[in-house]
Design a binder for this molecule. Structure first.
Ligand code: CDP
Ligand code: MG
Length: 731
């Protein structure tokens, strides 16, 4: 283990500026380039471990309606199997092969890669579909999507009749959507089979002029069944997982067949720190530079917990680089996290410029979901950001927790894909032994109201009796049902209410956000709520670099509303929008739309930089805004603005977020009213250190303290006025 406190770049003092830039485009520059790239891609594909078992796999899929495929990360499961099945005729009759991913970025990057491998334009034969972004067309046959999106599709098409094959990828991740999807797919398979039998019975009757059901077992009927099955092929279900234990999935599907695809793993040296690190971000930074300055060529992959942390480390790396001698600055950064705008995602897959080293700053998305070539060094601080739910208090929070052993092993494995590698775990070896074997499935540690709402909309009324892969606790189900009832989505007898419950199920948002939008149309502030919900749907609009903290604070003050963060976020959105409107008027004469868009992008980025606004997040929020606006318009909700009467908006927040209200305590902390927990207003909130009596908040985050984030001032009395069914009950 290199000693982590020595040779830190902070000791060096040179300050000449020159940023190495990672080329954004992977477009070949000439025909020869394109041919050689095609050749490379072809060779890469042929050398993947899965290539040698292609025929066997296709046969297994033909023979079994449910198949579990376990294979090491990088063996080619996600990119190759759908192509094998396509070529084997699984898309005849215009059917589609659907592949679900737990994460948006994985769906996008893999679809792009597969489109390239097939030599087709993205969105034609190969496409992807994720919430707020659809790149598919009627000719799409291989469709990558998030697991959540397929659940939504089932609302419109309960038989998922467009699909001949559904591949549930990354099943080991056990996201709540994956778990629910598996239950749903089990039902769909059964329902499809039933429709085949029903059809056979009807046809049989017709053909033999009313032969009764007793004859169904005869040979004639079997023939009919076969014919019908050809007409209505069963849904093939493939579950892919990187974890070696396929037992749980197999048992769930009645002893379904499981096959293993061998991977190729080189030796990885594991290093631990001698002592526990107090600041793992700092330790990661030091390790990046130690590797960069002392180790041989090869890219570095660093696992961090989220966008904010990744962008912080990215800035620190850039800063430290400026302090190094010119010849040591050949290091480029490439971030990857779930909400990264799609045009920036492919950067992680691009080779660094000649002579440079690339450092990839990733969330746990790079554990198994995406395989990035060229990695020789892995830095694993040993943490993830995870959801945690307390069903007694009804509180969901985001917490940073240690990874499991399985995750640590997956992470270190990323260093040994192409040759021997090194993994630096930023904790002592004794800590590794204390880690849980595997991560608890999300369904056992999250608020279930979203899932329950969707299941109800799918006609599953008995949630407790639903055939879950692993059942969430009865307490969690009951608490979430209660929450939905309090939000007005469910009737007394636990059915979806009309119209609110049905409207809420249609919106692809957390139930509380959906409720806020529906109510906002009555409070005449839907314009404002659309912006607020979009801005809340992205991580960290503001950023605050350590070295320019004061400047950032001053910039934020220009947008700050004394009433809280929701209005502050709206101010940011509107300021950006005004800037672009103005530009549009100035450039109105210019004909070339693309040109205008490019210039606007540049201007917006500059404006964001000057105002310490995260331009990636802002753009993402704009996309979300236009999508939700579309949904809301379709639903026929009247969209109007409350103008300067922001009281209406705050009252609307109180009416919808009443379960997230907190009251100031004499000693200065706050008490969350629903759960009784003692919390503090997050330091990034404009209401931090204010003397506001009562607030509503968007989320509870737990680090060393319990913080409430994105808060807005409300009047305590509004709660009893606007949510009497809850606050009168509370007494
Ligand atoms: O799903 P699995 O982990 O088994 O592998 P995969 O995602 O199908 O990746 C197979 C190969 O494709 C890897 O070796 C990656 O290097 C490559 N790949 C890529 O170059 N670019 C992508 N966007 C995705 C995969
Ligand atoms: Mg994969």
């Amino acid at each position: 283990m290199p000693s982590m406190e020595q040779n830190g770049p902070r000791n060096t003092t040179q300050t000449r500026k020159q940023k190495p830039v990672l080329k954004l485009s992977n477009q070949p520059r000439c025909a020869a380039d394109a041919i050689s790239r095609r050749e490379i891609v072809k060779k890469q594909r042929e050398s993947l471990p899965i290539a040698s078992v292609k025929e066997r796999l296709v046969q297994e899929v033909k023979n079994h309606d449910v198949l579990i495929i376990v294979g090491e990360t990088g063996s080619g499961k996600t990119t190759q199997l759908p192509q094998f099945l396509f070529n084997a005729g699984f898309c005849s009759n215009g059917k589609v092969i659907g592949i679900t991913q737990p994460r948006r970025v994985a769906a996008i990057t893999v679809a792009k890669r597969v489109a390239e491998e097939c030599g087709v334009e993205l969105g034609l034969k190969v496409g992807y579909s994720i919430r707020f972004d659809d790149k598919t067309s009627s000719s799409t046959r291989i469709k990558y999507m998030t697991d959540g999106l397929l659940l939504r599709e089932a609302l419109l098409d309960p038989y998922l009749s467009r699909y001949s094959v559904i591949i549930v990828d990354e099943a080991h991740e056990r996201t709540v959507h994956t778990d629910v999807l598996l239950g749903l797919l089990k039902n769909v398979q059964r329902a499809r089979l039933k429709s085949v039998i029903d059809h056979a019975v009807v046809s049989n009757k017709k053909a033999s002029n009313g032969i009764t059901k007793e004859n169904e077992k005869g040979a004639e009927c079997t023939n009919f069944l076969k014919q019908c099955q050809r007409k209505f092929p069963p849904l093939k279900l493939i579950i892919m997982s990187a974890s070696l234990d396929a037992r749980l999935f197999s048992e769930y599907f009645g002893g379904a067949r499981a096959v293993h695809v061998e991977g190729r793993q080189h030796h990885v040296d594991i290093f631990y720190t001698l002592h526990a690190e107090t600041d793992y971000v700092d330790a990661a930074l030091i390790t990046i530079f130690q590797i960069h300055l002392e180790e041989g060529p090869g890219d570095i992959l660093v696992f961090l917990t989220g966008q904010e942390e990744i962008e912080g480390v990215e800035r620190l790396v850039q800063e430290q680089l400026q302090k190094l001698p010119e010849e040591s600055r050949k290091l480029v950064t490439a971030p990857i996290f779930s909400s990264l705008p799609s045009e920036q995602q492919m950067r992680v897959f691009m080779p660094a410029p000649a002579g440079h080293r690339k450092v990839i700053l990733a969330t746990n998305i790079a554990e198994t979901s995406v395989t990035i070539p060229g990695i020789k060094y892995v830095i694993d601080p040993g943490f993830i950001k995870a959801r945690s739910y307390d069903p007694v208090k009804g509180m969901e929070s985001l917490i940073i927790i240690p990874t499991s052993k399985a995750q640590a092993l997956q992470r270190s494995g990323r260093a040994g894909r192409e040759g021997p590698g090194k993994c630096f775990r930023l904790y002592p070896e004794s800590e590794f032994e204390k880690l849980e074997d595997s991560t608890k499935p999300e369904i056992k540690r999250c608020n279930l109201s979203n899932v329950i709402l969707q299941l109800k909309a799918l006609g599953v009324d008995d949630i407790i009796g639903f055939d879950f892969l692993e059942k969430p606790s009865r307490a969690a189900i009951q608490k979430s049902l209660e929450e939905l009832f309090l939000l007005g989505a469910l009737t007394d007898d636990c059915k979806l209410s009309d119209p609110v419950g049905h409207q809420m199920a249609r919106l692809p948002l957390d139930p509380i956000y959906s409720k806020a939008l529906i109510l906002a149309s009555q409070f005449n502030c839907l314009e404002e709520m659309l912006i607020a919900v979009s801005m809340l749907s992205v991580e960290s609009i503001f950023y605050n670099p350590r070295e320019k903290s004061e400047e950032a604070k001053t910039a934020k003050k220009c947008f700050a509303s004394p009433d809280g963060d929701h209005l502050t976020l709206i101010n940011v959105y509107r300021a950006a929008d005004e800037l672009l409107q103005k530009r549009r008027m100035e450039l109105g004469i210019e004909k070339n739309e693309k040109n205008i868009k490019g210039k606007n992008e540049k201007i917006l980025r500059k404006w964001c930089r000057e105002n310490f606004i995260n331009s990636r997040s802002l753009r993402h929020a704009c996309d979300i805004h236009s999508q939700i606006r579309g949904h809301v318009e379709q639903m026929g909700l009247p969209i109007s603005s409350c103008g300067d009467d922001t009281l209406q908006f705050r009252r609307c927040l109180a009416a919808s977020f009443f379960l997230n209200a907190a009251l100031k305590q004499p000693e200065g902390t706050y008490r969350a009213l629903a759960s009784g927990q003692v919390v503090q207003i997050h330091p990034t909130s404009v209401l931090h250190q204010s003397k506001v009596e009562c607030v509503i908040f968007d989320e509870l985050v737990q680090t060393s303290q319990k913080y409430i984030r994105n808060t807005t001032r409300i009047d305590y009395l509004w709660l009893t006025e606007l949510a009497p069914h809850y606050y009168a009950m509370q007494g």
